[in-house]
Design a protein around this ligand. Sequence first.
Ligand code: ADP
Length: 202
Amino acid sequence: LKSPYHGGHLEVIVGPMFSGKSEELIRRLNRAVIARQRVAVFKPAIDDRYHSTHVASHAGRVTPAIAAHSTAQVRELLRGHGELLDLGEPGLPDVVGFDEAQFFDAGLVPLALELADQGVRVILAGLDLDFRAEPFGVMPDLLSRAESVEKLTAICVVCGAPATRTQRLIGGQPARRGDPVVMVGAAESYEARCRVHHVVGD
Ligand code: ADP
């Protein structure tokens, strides 16, 4: 699998929910595995312990991953505990993937850059925009620094046009701008929508 880049680099995959970011990440990682490259994949954990899990796409494809609480924890895993990553031998992986990159802390940017400088192919998939259609967390920074950016679209559930945004619904109604990103106990759902049909309540 010959990369067009000489040595390490950053690849970013963005788009709204249901645009196929996880599918595309899994596709790239599978190809690296077929090329016998050593691959490690991380996603943000809800609780504060790391554990093994998987990256799953909405269409049902899965690949093994490690749920990490922080980028410091990812750094620790990559540095000292190669055996936990099941890489077979010490040293950095050839490819490091991150899913749901928008939920990682700001330390993801320096970590991704360091890995790339050390020759690692870093693939980051995440939401470019939050439900208000505002840039999401570390993503703008990663997007500007990446060698390669792929923006995917989903299908707008209202009109069938390419969807670039994620509609957040609470009790079936568009979420309001000021609603907290995490609402405990509320019946929440998300839909892919185009610019015309995306609604943010006041
Ligand atoms: P993401 O990681 O961007 O949320 P996934 O890779 O998990 O996306 O899922 C993409 C899959 O979701 C598509 O291949 C399709 O099967 C399914 N899907 C469900 N709703 C939609 C939609 N509105 N637009 C496009 N794909 C959709």
